[in-house]
Structure formats: structure tokens, C-alpha cells
Write a protein that binds this ligand. Structure first.
Ligand code: BGP
Length: 472
């Protein structure tokens, strides 16, 4: 039998600012990069999202009733500093105080992300955002203010959400200005600036928040060789270095993964490193790693003529749409895992992969881990009687919770589990068609939406899970 979860385990749930708040241009907030993305027709925008900005009290009451011990959310930089730097926006600053106070009254531990894809538009217009090294100093300015303001209310800080996404989906996620899309080095330079920003924020947390703990939130997946041929095994090792350790070695060893860096240099895309950068990496060490886990990957050795390609995105929710995954010439090609079922959006469902990943990362770096995203996107159906029967989501989460428990049984230190997402929110590619929440948000058609909150079956199930300490 598996050892039970510790009594103080933080059972939580997650969201991010632009995906739930709405109020994109209200009460002093100015636009962020996310607010101006040209979303495909029919996909909701961030203007209203789930209207959490106005309904946070109701939402925190629902969290309390659910029994949450932690809540992972992000601050909207452009709500606090509408122009990215300069004068703070008092109403925006107050909003997060109110939210944090409400959470505190409900006995819920906040886990706060500083940056979740939403660069203030002012900085994108001024110098193209993360492409310019000035972004590191501006992020530090924002971070220092935030830590002085909320440091006494927040112990757990997450720096940057999923910086690898920019590198792996460079044309797809609308995060790089168009004029740079053909320059492959830019993606690695942005990533380097994010590493510097991350390290600076870690240092600041250590300086300004007594007892504070800080880490990055990264999307990582275990990478299996497609077959047991030595060249596929080699390709899986190459992919591990480039897709995972290239990020994690910076957080925990203060250096770039050697194999990945040499390969990128040979490709002519390695980032420019200035004197002192690597020292900063080492000074800005992480206390833990936050993992966003949805699925696992498979790798094979690419054919000799293969070109560099980014990963595909399934936009429709019709299984089987994705046939292109990231390819690195002469190094690896990511392919579909023939042994795993997938979600409607072609994401492999693999709870065992989560256990593998947790054990592997903990063995490598020996630092505590937390899960800050994990969940199943689905076309949920609101029944006429106001219920949502999402047993598929319950199955998904139950098997992943068991994987976390198994990893902990074998010695991995996991602090917290925060499924994506607490409530339905603006999915990055599919708006409200692809839902993840325990709480359904009625977005209806434009003029029909009530924005009512409706508890899904998974809400009642997770309530039992938490109440029973993870035994259900
Ligand atoms: C992660 C992001 C989240 C969230 C999630 C689900 O990469 O950190 O912001 O959106 O993925 O992705 P999607 O909305 O595309 O289904």
C-alpha cells in the first residue's frame, strides 16, 4: 500500500490572470500582449474572460467550499504597472490585496506567478518586449514592487510560466512580434532574457521575503524513445537535453545544459551571453520547481533531410489533427506515442509519465517539486438541469493524483498539487470551447452569457479527495 499524503499537503487549483480576470481595460489597467491577440473567430477574448475581477469573492467562497488549501494564480503586470514601469496603478494594486486577504480569510495558501504570458503592451511597443534586454530590468522593477507590497502575504512565488513554449511554438502562440518569426536565434535570446529575469526575481525573493520560496513554472514531459533502437534512444536523450534540461539546468545548476548548448551553437542560434550572466544564474537559485504536466512525449531519430519544425497545435478538438511535432535536424523528432490514448486535442494521456518525471527530476536536482498545472481539456456539456457530468475529468485527475502519490511513496518531495483549472477560463487556443475547470462558467453566446458559476461533478469529487487526504 502507498503511503498517504502528508497532512499539510497543499491541495489546490490553478488559473492565470488574463485567462480569468477580464476587466482588461478597467480601473487603470492597460492592455497586455494577451489582450490584443487576434484570436480565431468564435474564440472569446480576454476583455471579460470569466469576470473574476468582479466576482473574486464568489470565486474564493467556492474555493473554500471545495476545501482548497492552495490557489495558484498570476498577477497581471499591466494591472499593477499599466505602462510596464513607472507609476503603479492603485486600483490594480488594491485588487490583489483584496484577493489575497479573501484567500487568507478562507485559509487558502496563495502560490503567485509573476508572469504568465502577459507582457504589458507598452513594453512590446517600446522595445518589442522580451527581445530587448531592458525587459530584464523592467521585470525586476515590477517584481521588487510586488514583493514589497505583497511579500508579507505570500510565501510561494513563481517567476515565469512556461518559457519553453516560446521556443517550441514560435509562430503559434502570438508571443513573438511578427518581424522576428524568421530569425530562429531570437527565440533563444528571449529565453535567455527570461532566465535572467527569473534569476533576478529569485534573488529578490530571497532578499525581500523572509521565509519566502521561489521557483519557475515549467512545462516538461518525460520523453520516451519511440523504439528501443539505439538511435531512437539517443534521440530521446537529445530531446531531453534540449526540451527539458536546457531550462532546468539553468534553474538548479546555474548553467546551460552542455549538449543542448553545443547543438544550438552549431545551429547558429545559441543566445548571446554577457559577462556576469552565468554568475547571476547561480546567485538566483530556485528553492523548488513547479511543473505543469499534461502529457508525455516520444522521440525518434529524424530522417537525414529533416528540417527544423515547431510543434503543431490542434485548434479544433478533433482527434488526429496533429501530425507535426518539434523536429531538430540530426538530433530528434518528437512523434505521437502509439501506446497512449489522447485527449480530443491530441495530448497523450499518461499518468505514469508524471511519476517518471517527478522521480527523474527529483533525483537530478534534489529540490522539492510542486504541480502547478495538470488537467483535461474537454467540450463539457451543461445539462438542462444545470449539471455537468465530467467523469472523464475525474478519471484523468484521479490517475494523476495516484501518480503523484506513488512518486511521493518512493521518496519524492512534492509540496502541492494544483490542477488546471479551478474554474473554466479562456483556453489559449480555444476560448471556452475547451474547458478545464471544476467550476463551469456560463459564457453562452455573446448576449446570452450569464457568467454564472456551476459546480461540475468533478468539483464534488475533488471535495471528497481533499477531505479524505487524497484517499478517494
Ligand atoms: C499551459 C498554460 C496555461 C493553459 C494550459 C492549457 O501551457 O500555462 O495557461 O492555457 O497550458 O492549455 P490550453 O489552454 O492551450 O489547452
Amino acid at each position: 500500500t502507498l503511503r498517504p499524503f502528508p497532512k499539510d499537503f497543499l491541495w489546490g487549483a490553478a488559473t492565470s490572470a488574463y485567462q480569468v480576470e477580464g476587466a482588461a481595460q478597467l480601473e487603470g489597467k492597460k492592455l497586455s500582449q494577451q489582450d490584443v491577440i487576434n484570436r480565431r473567430p468564435g474564440v472569446a477574448d480576454a476583455e471579460v474572460a470569466s469576470d473574476h475581477y468582479h466576482r473574486y469573492k464568489e470565486d474564493v467562497a467556492l474555493m473554500k467550499e471545495l476545501g482548497l488549501r492552495s490557489y495558484r494564480f498570476s498577477l497581471a503586470w499591466a494591472r499593477i504597472f499599466p505602462d510596464g514601469v513607472g507609476d503603479p496603478n492603485p486600483q490594480g494594486v488594491q485588487f490583489y490585496h483584496h484577493l489575497l486577504d479573501e484567500l487568507q480569510k478562507a485559509g487558502i495558501t496563495p502560490i503567485v506567478t509573476l508572469y504568465h504570458y502577459d507582457m504589458p503592451l507598452a513594453l512590446v511597443e517600446k522595445y518589442d518586449g522580451w527581445i530587448d534586454r531592458q525587459s530584464v530590468a523592467d521585470f525586476a522593477y515590477y517584481t521588487e514592487f510586488v514583493l514589497r507590497e505583497y511579500g508579507s502575504k505570500v510565501k510561494y512565488w513563481l517567476t515565469i510560466n512556461e518559457q519553453s513554449i516560446i521556443v517550441q511554438y514560435w509562430t503559434k502562440k502570438n508571443l513573438i512580434p511578427e518581424k522576428y518569426l524568421d530569425d530562429p536565434q531570437v527565440r533563444y535570446q528571449i529565453n535567455h532574457h527570461m532566465n535572467l529575469a527569473h534569476a533576478t526575481a529569485c534573488k529578490l525573493v530571497h532578499q525581500l521575503v523572509p521565509g519566502g520560496m521561489v521557483g519557475a513554472a515549467i512545462n516538461t514531459a518525460p520523453i520516451y524513445p519511440l523504439t528501443s533502437t539505439p538511435c531512437d534512444v539517443m534521440a530521446a536523450q537529445n530531446a531531453l537535453d534540449v526540451r527539458n534540461l536546457f531550462y532546468l539546468d539553468v534553474y538548479f545548476k546555474g548553467q546551460y545544459n552542455k549538449a543542448a548548448f553545443i547543438y544550438l551553437e552549431e545551429m547558429g542560434v545559441a543566445p548571446k551571453i554577457e559577462p556576469g550572466d552565468l554568475e547571476l544564474f547561480r546567485e538566483g537559485y530556485s528553492d523548488f520547481l513547479a511543473l505543469n504536466y499534461y502529457s508525455s512525449d516520444c522521440a525518434k531519430f529524424p530522417p537525414p533531410d529533416a528540417q527544423r519544425t515547431e510543434s503543431g497545435v490542434n485548434y479544433t478538438g478533433k482527434k488526429g489533427e496533429i501530425d507535426s511535432y518539434e523536429t531538430m535536424p540530426d538530433f530528434f523528432q518528437i512523434v505521437r506515442n502509439p501506446n497512449c490514448d489522447t485527449t480530443d486535442w491530441d495530448w497523450a494521456i499518461d499518468p505514469t509519465g508524471l511519476e517518471c518525471l517527478l522521480r527523474d527530476i527529483y533525483t537530478r536536482y534534489g529540490k522539492p517539486l510542486m504541480i502547478t498545472e495538470n488537467g483535461l481539456g474537454f467540450f463539457d456539456k451543461l445539462e438542462d438541469d444545470g449539471t455537468v457530468h465530467d467523469d472523464y475529468r475525474i478519471d484523468y485527475l484521479r490517475s494523476h493524483i495516484r501518480a503523484v502519490q506513488r512518486a511521493m511513496h518512493y521518496g519524492v518531495e512534492v509540496l502541492s498539487y494544483n490542477p488546471w483549472s479551478f474554474m473554466d477560463l479562456l483556453s489559449t487556443e480555444n476560448g471556452y470551447q475547451k474547458r478545464y475547470g471544476f467550476v463551469y462558467v456560463d459564457r453562452g453566446e455573446e448576449d446570452l452569457r450569464t457568467l454564472d458559476r456551476i459546480k461540475k461533478d468533478s468539483y464534488y469529487w475533488y471535495q471528497q479527495v481533499i477531505a479524505s487526504g487524497g484517499q478517494k
